[in-house]
Design a protein around this ligand. Structure first.
Ligand SMILES: [Zn+2]
Length: 210
């Protein structure tokens, strides 16, 4: 974990319209978050305002500007940093809005990613189990491509409905739409999303585009 020191403060508007002050303090390798809402005062909990400050939300943060960078410095190298990867900065929102699918992500960011010396592999399978995957591979210093992707984003539209038959065999009885249909795997951030833009952003975060 990175050694750092400092504090940053945000004002977050709660669901009832109340304003809460969220503070982050970094002391060496430890980071602590405080909020003056009733839940935050009890201590030890990540109240929703702390969560909003980290993950970001255009509706609730009243001060979002240079403070965001200060926050990222304070949480660098901590578990909170991964949570911050769901946050889409205001200046990036317009561009990421064009990413309505993985192929659109590829079209919009493909050149930029490849200019960073990262190789991209895109695959799409049609049919009953549609799958769309974009994987990013970095190179070793000797120029060989790594076998393990740095990050992968995958869309799976359907999942199998499996049931156990009378003789104990598991059989596929149907298909149903998958709600959390975007999966991102990466060193910094992994997870499942319903929202394509959040998933795309998490994929880019893993590649250092944030
Ligand atoms: Zn709070």
């Amino acid at each position: 974990m990175e050694e750092a020191f400092g504090s940053v403060q945000f004002v977050v508007i709660g669901s009832t319209g109340s304003r809460y002050t969220v503070q982050f303090h970094r002391n060496g390798t430890a980071v602590r978050a405080f909020c003056n809402c009733p839940a935050g005062r009890r201590g030890g909990l990540l109240c929703k305002h702390v969560k909003y400050a980290i993950e970001g939300s255009s509706d609730v943060l009243t001060e979002e500007s240079d403070d965001r960078e200060a926050l990222l410095k304070i949480i660098a190298g901590t578990e909170l940093e991964a949570k911050a990867s769901s946050y889409i900065p205001p200046e990036k929102r317009e561009r990421i809005q064009g990413c309505g699918s993985i192929s659109e992500l590829f079209n919009q960011y493909g050149d930029e990613i490849q200019r960073m010396g990262i190789s991209l592999e895109y695959a799409k399978e049609e049919g009953e189990y549609p799958v769309e995957t974009l994987s990013a591979y970095e190179f070793f210093k000797n120029g060989k491509l790594r076998r393990t992707p740095t990050a992968t984003i995958q869309w799976r539209g359907m999942i199998e409905v499996i049931e156990e038959s009378e003789d104990g065999i598991f059989v596929t009885v149907g298909l149903k739409p998958r709600t959390m249909c975007y999966t991102v795997m990466g060193k910094k951030k992994s997870g499942d999303w319903k929202d394509v833009q959040k998933a795309c952003y998490a994929f880019l975060f893993n590649l250092g585009i944030n």
